[in-house]
Write a protein that binds this ligand. Structure first.
Ligand code: UDP
Length: 379
């Protein structure tokens, strides 16, 4: 049972001290509004939270690599922390071989021996499965890269990550990753990329360091619902949208993760992330945190990431993009519009969207823009 310390009437209650809530709280506070913010965890930052282990910033809930083309978002975060110039390049293990990922000319050279974009194109054209209207992740992948690349790099990883057949998943899950027939091996195309110097936690601490923001950690909104709701007429909510409505139409599905972290000597894998594409290896990736910041250290901290089914009381990490869930989400959104017009849902769990960090920030910024626009019109 969590205890609620603060008793103050404010206009805005923010539920969840992750990116959506923190960005929104800061924007509201800067425009003169007092904000009460609660989070059931004992720390801020949501799943971006980082902590120092032997001088290394450890991404406690999985790797977070910041990337955006949105200048407003980039300027916003740079007010609170400096970013290093880390640009992610992926490595994936398939069988006993290591490849560059996302698929690029280096990957195809190592797999097929092709040397030029034209050679790669020719080889790919012979592999692609014609499918004018791909309906799911598997069909889309086969139409783009054919069965060999799909089996080598995508199928096993995707089954582990989502715990279901790729034919049940939306192609959007995979479309976020580029496929390039050049030697450009960057994971992201975005102009602005990096990792906060000193860790994500520092960024959140600075963002929430404002006299009009009151943060209560270790407070579960659902346990104190009546009391909290009565203190603020407007709510920004980044918890699970189905849970907010007490699962009235049934539960949306989420994917959870388990992390196994160990401290070792030396350099374990020479890269921040090495994915594992093989279905029989139970983890999806190994993160070696010091490579995000090029930290000079004789020690190293690595984390193996094991996807698992979400169970009530556990941690929900990913919304699962299937037709069933999309339909259910629409019902919850309609319910929200009718029964909770004072609540603004956001972030991965509130919006039930597979957002990246920059998208959550953009969502929070426009949510507050809209809110304050409405407030001005109503006044
Ligand atoms: N993916 C894959 N093989 C990989 C890495 C990713 O097939 O080695 C697919 C998989 O379906 C995954 C999706 O691409 O769910 C998105 O990967 P991303 O790295 O963006 O996942 P996140 O970091 O958000 O977990």
């Amino acid at each position: 049972m969590s205890t609620l310390r603060v008793k103050m009437a404010v206009k805005y209650l923010v539920v969840g001290a992750g990116l959506f809530g923190s960005v929104a709280a800061r924007q509201l506070a800067e425009r003169g509004h007092s904000v009460l913010m609660v989070d059931r965890r004992g720390h801020l930052g949501g799943n971006c939270y980082s902590e120092k282990v032997q001088g290394i910033d450890v991404h406690r809930y999985g790797p977070h690599i910041f990337h955006t083309n949105n200048l407003r978002v980039w300027k916003f975060v740079n007010q609170f922390v400096e970013f290093n110039n880390y640009r992610h390049r992926g490595v994936v293990q398939s069988g006993d071989r290591l490849f560059s990922f996302p698929i690029n000319l280096q990957t195809l050279h190592d797999l097929w021996g092709v040397r030029t974009p034209a050679e790669a194109q020719q080889k790919l054209a012979a592999q692609r499965v014609v499918c004018p209207d791909p309906q799911n992740l598997e069909e889309w992948a086969l139409s783009q890269v054919g069965p060999e690349l799909y089996e080598t790099f995508i199928r096993g990883y995707t089954m582990k990550q989502w715990g279901r057949d790729p034919r049940e998943l939306s192609a959007a899950v995979l479309r976020r990753i580029p496929i390039r027939l050049t030697w450009d091996d960057s994971y992201f195309d975005d102009t602005y990329q990096g990792i906060p110097v000193g860790g994500y936690t520092r960024m959140f601490e600075n963002m929430l360091d404002h006299p009009r923001i009151e943060l209560e950690l270790g407070v579960d909104f659902l346990e104190h619902r009546q009391e909290l709701e009565s203190q603020a007429p407007r709510i920004l909510y980044s918890g699970m949208i189905d849970q907010f409505f007490d699962f009235r139409f049934g539960a949306l599905e989420y994917r959870s993760l388990r992390f196994e972290t160990e401290t070792l000597a030396g350099d374990y894998q020479g890269a921040a992330i090495v994915n594992s594409a093989d279905a029989q290896v139970p983890y999806t990736r190994i993160v070696e945190h010091k490579h995000f910041a090029r930290t000079k250290s004789d020690s190293t901290v690595i984390t193996r990431e094991y996807p698992l089914a979400y169970r009530p009381g556990g941690e929900a990490f990913y919304p699962i993009s299937t037709e069933r869930n999309e339909k259910l989400l629409e019902r919850y959104k309609t319910l929200a519009a009718h029964q909770a017009p004072h609540v603004m849902f956001g972030g991965r769990l509130g919006a039930y969207r597979y957002f990246d960090m920059h998208q959550v920030i953009a969502q929070a910024l426009s949510c507050v823009d809209r809110e304050l626009g409405l407030t001005r019109r109503a006044a």
